[in-house]
Write a protein that binds this ligand. Sequence first.
Ligand code: NAD
Length: 268
Amino acid sequence: MENKVVLISGAGRGLGRAIAMAYHSMGFNVIATDVDLSLFLDIKNKERFTCIKLDVTSESDVRICAEIVAEKFGKLDVLISNAGIIDFYPVSEAGSERLKKIFDVNVFGLTNLTKYCLPLLINGHGRLIVISSESYKVPSPFQPYSISKQMLESLYKSIKIELSLIGVKSILIRPGAMQTQILDDTIHFNIHLNNSQFEQEFSGFIETAPKYIGNIVNPEKVAKIVLKAATSKRPKSIYHINHNPIVSLFAILPTGIKNIIIKKGLTK
Ligand code: NAD
């Protein structure tokens, strides 16, 4: 993989970091980017790592990063949209400002990356890899995260078709639970609402949600598949990894039954 170049968003820790290490060990030049540059202290001086501060919500950060990559490498072989955040609250009470925060990172981050990195991907005859989540398939109360992943998947479909018109392949990765900060934040989430219509239901949700997490894998296991998606001659269009069978079963139930189960689970 000599002279191959990969750019990863959110590579400071978790899955993004595991992806960075997997590609690096295969000989890639790794552009590791994150909103928090201090997460790169351990790798910033290592050969074949270029660590850049990049907030995916900032067009100017992404533009500057793309300029650095253009100057240094002139191309990208792989672009990985990985950065993501999680939060829990009643979406019906959130208002647009609060919701925009998670949509900006988890949805529009992808459009900023494609806007500025597309010429580099074209030069490298490269591939776009997008990290979604198994939770895209379960719209449930109090979960702006799963809404953001549904929006991401819709956006991705259009981007995939557009990029295919100009010969750029796109691949979607849908992992289940991984041992990262996002999972810790889910398990230990402990906010109790005040002045909300949903105080009782929300505390029911906070108690119940961790029970549906299922099998947890290390991000390194998922990173291996993200590497395969870039290096395989005929990659799959979508990779499903470590999905929770209970979530998959729940997802195919009729909406009315889903709603009864949710209501029963959240009210005492
Ligand atoms: P994580 O919190 O460990 O890592 C996320 C990284 O993104 C962090 O380094 C963080 O600094 C960075 N980041 C946050 N906001 C950013 C921004 N605005 N710009 C750039 N970087 C930013 O979590 P993770 O689990 O490694 O998440 C990686 C991806 O995997 C996310 O897209 C997440 O939705 C997805 N995912 C995670 C799980 C899971 O169980 N952990 C399951 C399915 C999908």
